[in-house]
Design a protein around this ligand. Structure first.
Ligand code: SAH
Length: 372
């Protein structure tokens, strides 16, 4: 490399967004492309990648592994559910688990993953650990996709202040040919294909240097089901679980029931409110009031294209207002939450006051007025 040219660049190379963010964004884009349900991040350090991935709605199981318990514990609390997660439980289920252990050891808790990420991990491994790593990740865990990123040593002369390695804990840093030959051999051995890319573009005119961070994306060539993996590979647990969070989800009947009850009452209140204002419009004229027949037209803005049937009309009888469950079920949010009318009835049974035949939500107007 031309020395002057090199010196000129060492002063100005600064990645925007920072390189670690570009690496994490690369993984996020991959998740959005392949939609894995179960993702494990090996060498997860302070869990910053996991924190980002927890917002990917396709992911139901997230696991992190690091050899250093202290770095794991630093920010693991940020992976806990927030109050808003309980107020508005998500439709998907999500479990986040952190383990302390080494990628040189097999543990059954790492089986069944769809995507395994190893971001800036391998250069931290001792020679003996690096030797065992492919068998653990590609042979034992055998996910459908593995992403490995590592520094490209050819880029180092362009980085200010880098003498030997970019980080004092790095055991080695490979150039493009070294990484690619290791990756191709690993892929061949374990029946994966591999494609190379990276993040952190070299300056114009220096493209030969390659990306600052080199990345290999490995895709398993053979199909494999989760069950066969579990049963064929008995191993003893060696990792220590240091954190586990189960997020509230509508898949859990308890949260679904709460959400449905809340939505049913809210919907019924809206309908009742419209009904009462309509009734007030008729005033006290007893003749008109006796003829009072609620037209469902006044709900058209709520009900959209709903086909109105006679038994779906809300009505007032004495001090009670009746809102048919069939009407409530036709509201999109209630409908989506419950799926079937039977499920709606089952979820609200005993939790919402219903008419004697159970077909309508019932409000006592006087009682409500007193409460107000
Ligand atoms: N993946 C992180 C940074 C990784 S730094 C990120 O994207 O920001 C490398 C991490 O690997 C460190 O946290 C280190 O503790 C961990 N590590 C080193 N050797 C390991 C091993 N044998 N098994 C698991 N983790 C290891």
């Amino acid at each position: 490399m031309d020395k002057n040219f090199q010196e000129e660049f060492t002063q100005i190379i600064k990645f925007k967004p920072p390189l670690y963010k570009q690496r994490h964004q690369f993984v996020k884009d991959l998740v959005e492309k392949y939609k894995p349900k179960k993702v494990a991040d090996l060498g997860c350090a302070d869990c910053s990648l996991l924190r980002m991935l927890k917002f990917c709605s396709c992911i139901e199981v997230l696991a992190g592994l690091d050899i250093c318990a202290n770095v794991l514990k630093e920010k693991m609390h940020t992976l806990s559910p927030l109050p808003v997660d309980y107020l508005q439980p998500s439709e998907r289920s999500l479990t986040v688990t952190l383990h302390q252990g080494s990628v040189a050891h097999k543990d059954p808790c790492m089986l069944g993953f769809d995507l395994v990420t190893c971001i800036e991990l391998i250069e931290h491994l001792e020679e003996s650990e690096l030797k065992k790593f492919p068998e653990v990740v590609f042979g034992f865990m055998a996910p459908s996709i593995v992403v490995i990123s590592t520094p490209n040593s050819e880029f180092n002369p362009l980085l200010p202040g880098v003498m030997l390695y970019r980080h004092p804990d790095h055991k080695f840093e490979w150039n493009q040919a070294q990484f690619q030959s290791w990756a191709l051999e690993t892929a061949r051995c374990y029946d994966y294909s591999v494609e190379f890319t990276g993040v952190g573009h070299p300056p114009t005119g220096m493209e030969k240097v390659g990306f600052c961070t080199q990345i290999g994306v490995f895709v398993r060539k053979y199909p494999q089901t989760g069950e066969s993996v579990q049963s064929e590979k008995p191993t003893e647990a060696v990792y220590k679980t240091v954190f586990k969070a189960v997020y509230p989800s509508l898949k859990d009947e308890k949260y679904l029931q709460n959400a449905v009850i809340g939505e049913v009452i809210f919907t019924a209140q809206i309908i009742k409110h419209r009904l009462m204002s309509k009734q007030e419009e008729y005033g006290d004229d007893p003749e008109r009031k006796s003829k009072f027949q609620l037209s469902m037209d006044c709900f058209s803005d709520y009900l959209g294209k709903l086909v109105v049937e006679k038994n779906m009309e809300p009505f007032v009888s004495g001090n009670e207002v009746y809102i048919p469950l069939a009407t409530i079920f036709s509201f999109p949010k209630v409908n989506r939450l419950c799926g079937t009318f039977e499920k709606l009835c089952k979820l609200i049974a005993g939790k919402v006051t219903l008419s004697s035949d159970g077909s309508a939500v019932m409000f006592n107007i006087e009682q409500e007025n007193e409460e107000n």
